[in-house]
Design a protein around this ligand. Structure first.
Ligand SMILES: CC(C)(COP(=O)(O)OP(=O)(O)OC[C@H]1O[C@@H](n2cnc3c(N)ncnc32)[C@H](O)[C@@H]1OP(=O)(O)O)[C@@H](O)C(=O)NCCC(=O)NCCS
Length: 145
């Protein structure tokens, strides 16, 4: 298994994983929108994607949307990484693949001066994130507008 950053040729697989996660596996109506998103955000580096590659095919992925906020004392770069699209193909699960991807990605984010990662978790993934030290935040609010 090779753990590496995603490149443009991984985009079809990233779209497939995204649609499974959104429970729209057989819906191709947004494919072009997803393709444009992954293509442009990988190119401008606003999205960092790690994949586990088994013989040339991405079998697992972890994505980080990088967002530049105002600098804080504990995070002078101001850049916050929002972790999303965390997925492993069912037959590859519980072999430590996502754990390894998250670990590699965190090391890489640190070298870029990024000191904060946010995420929304599924119930399934919560214990995994807690092992890395993620804790539930207080005073988080949102609205769909
Ligand atoms: C959650 C997920 C990404 C984990 O990927 P993975 O490569 O299997 O991850 P790892 O092997 O590194 O870690 C597995 C850990 O996830 C948790 N987990 C995964 N599947 C689980 C299950 N069916 N029941 C309970 N815990 C589970 C456990 O903490 C497990 O650790 P353990 O095997 O030591 O008990 C994968 O199960 C998946 O794609 N699930 C569906 C999508 C999803 O929920 N994504 C997360 C969105 S926040």
């Amino acid at each position: 298994m090779l753990f590496r950053k995603a490149v443009a040729t991984d985009i079809p697989q990233l779209i497939k994983f995204r649609k499974i996660l959104l429970c729209h596996e057989d819906d191709s109506s947004m494919d072009e929108t997803f393709r444009n998103y992954f293509d442009s955000s990988l190119s401008d580096k606003s999205l960092l994607v790690w994949v586990a590659d088994d013989d040339g095919i991405a079998v697992s992925t972890v994505c980080f949307c990088l967002c530049r906020l105002a600098p804080r004392f504990e995070n002078p770069s101001g850049v916050v990484a929002y972790m999303t699209n965390v997925f492993t193909i069912p037959s590859y699960r519980r072999q430590g693949i996502v754990s390894k991807l998250v670990s590699e990605a965190i090391d890489d984010l640190k070298t870029q001066g990024i000191r904060k990662i946010l995420l929304h978790s599924s119930d399934m993934a919560k214990p995994l994130y807690e092992r890395f030290g993620f804790v539930e935040g207080k005073n988080y609010l949102s609205i769909n507008i």
